[in-house]
Design a protein around this ligand. Structure first.
Ligand code: PA5
Length: 452
């Protein structure tokens, strides 16, 4: 594994007064050390289960997947947020050939895409993986019931038991009792692992194993990353340095974190990151109950595409963004711009250059230009994005997020802000006892004006 972090672009050496200097980092040391102590305690007390995930034995899941997969050609993963983003990110990052089930991850409740997906598969050869930790999520449960109805109508009752798998809390929610009633298998999500930290539990591991992804290597990478943190003195780990950079930049007014991979197959990792970062750190109150309205707004960008869209803003707009680049050194494939004559002379220097070389030059150029403009940047470098590196990246950001929660003195593991909208949606859809919530919408101040 060669996953590396380079925070030099955020330092005062690189960007002068806008960057972080050694004294600021030194001053933060006691708080970084306290963060490590608190998190280690939470791990020892089994409060933060994400620390234990890398120790999961992948064999039972791999054995089960090897037994089940030959009965199907496709799997449809129904989930949302922490129950889907990680699976999609890991799967899309893979360059090798997957010899398992064709995987379709469905997240939204858009009827056109969902119906198109259901119509595109042979139901008798499709395994539905229904993932909801809480077992109560409207979007997931609605789509599960639609799929259940189709399977029942087209294939009969027996197929429900074989063509559905649930992944949910061991006790709570509606999916578990329903799966028992309908007779399909379930895997459990450990209660001490929050949704957005759950990709290394059955939430991600089961569909990934069914797809043929090497989940053992993914877990090995996460474990190596975790062990590397705890092999260093508190406050000295690379990831603590990374968290310190994000925290100190936030204190200087950099309230947005742009994650910008320069590789299409790393793009979904930034989507996964956005949920982890946004939902964990965006909080109204600190642990003392004081209003702090803290958070870092995660922003997705993709190199080089967004150089032609967003980088102008990053370079010259408000000084509120820290751009985190993701670099892939080896794409596993490449192609040169042909040296054939007749190419415009002004661009002849790109002839015989590979696309990966051009991409890297664009990345280096963009980072250097942002540095010259006094804008903080950092870079994560993958060798070839193999599963070990991806597992390490996942654990790395989970840990950095947890450290940030400590530095902000907030609970990074709840999401009270999204509950309100869910209650109102339940009320609007007619749930008994939720009428009051629905009335909030009736009273909403609208000002609709005609455009065409
Ligand atoms: O991080 C979280 O807990 C949430 O974002 C959830 O992942 C998301 O709301 C989906 O919840 P569930 O898995 O209960 O359907």
């Amino acid at each position: 594994m060669k996953l590396r972090f380079d925070g030099g672009g955020s330092s005062s050496e690189a960007i002068g007064e806008y960057g972080i200097n050694a004294a600021q980092y030194g001053d933060l040391q006691p708080r970084l050390q306290a963060a490590r102590t608190a998190l280690k305690q939470a791990w020892d007390d089994s409060v933060l289960g994400f620390f234990e995930c890398p120790d999961t034995d992948p064999q039972p899941i791999m054995d089960w997947a090897a037994k089940i997969a030959p009965n199907f050609t496709d799997q449809i993963v129904i989930g949302i947020g922490g129950s889907s983003l990680g699976t999609r990110a890991v799967l899309e990052s893979y360059a090798g050939e997957l010899n398992g089930l064709r995987t379709h991850v469905t997240e939204n409740v858009d009827p056109s895409t969902y119906l198109a997906l259901l119509d595109s598969v042979d139901l008798s050869k499709t395994l539905f993986i229904v993932i909801t930790k809480s077992g109560t999520t409207i979007e997931t449960m609605a789509k599960f019931w639609i799929a259940y109805d189709r399977v029942l109508e087209e294939l009969g009752e027996d197929a429900v038991a074989t063509n559905f798998v649930g992944i949910t809390d061991p006790k709570a929610g509606s999916l578990r009792p329903l799966s028992a009633e309908l007779g399909f298998k379930t895997w459990s999500v450990p209660p001490n692992v929050g949704g957005r930290f759950s990709v290394l539990t059955p939430v991600g591991l089961v569909p990934l194993a069914l797809a043929g992804y090497p989940i053992d290597e993914l877990l090995n990478g996460a474990k190596a990353c975790r062990d590397a943190v705890f092999a260093t003195e508190p406050g000295q780990a690379t990831l603590e340095r990374c968290a310190a950079d994000h925290y100190l930049l936030h204190q200087k007014g950099y309230a947005q974190t742009v994650m910008m991979p320069y590789a299409d197959r790393l793009d979904a990792l930034s989507e996964w990151f956005c949920q982890l970062w946004g939902e964990s750190l965006g909080k109204a109150k600190n642990r003392a109950g004081e209003i702090v309205n803290v958070g870092l707004t995660p922003v997705r960008a993709l190199g080089v595409i967004d150089q032609h869209s967003q980088v102008q803003l990053y370079a010259e707009g408000p000084r509120d963004k820290h751009v985190v680049f993701l670099q892939l050194e080896d794409f596993g494939t490449d192609v040169n711009v042909p040296g054939r004559s007749g190419f415009p002379g002004a661009l002849s220097h790109i002839q015989n250059k590979s696309l990966s070389k051009i991409l890297t030059a664009e990345l280096d150029g963009t980072q250097a230009a942002l540095t010259a403009a006094g804008r903080p940047t950092s870079r994560w470098v993958f060798s070839d994005g193999n599963p070990v590196e991806i597992g390490a990246f996942i654990f790395a950001w989970e840990y950095v997020t947890a450290v940030m929660g400590e530095l902000f003195d907030i609970n990074a593991f709840d999401q009270p802000g999204v509950e309100g909208g869910k209650l109102i949606a339940h009320g609007l859809l007619g749930k008994s006892g939720y009428e009051e919530h629905a009335r909030v919408v009736e009273g909403a101040n609208r000002n609709v004006m005609s455009i065409v």
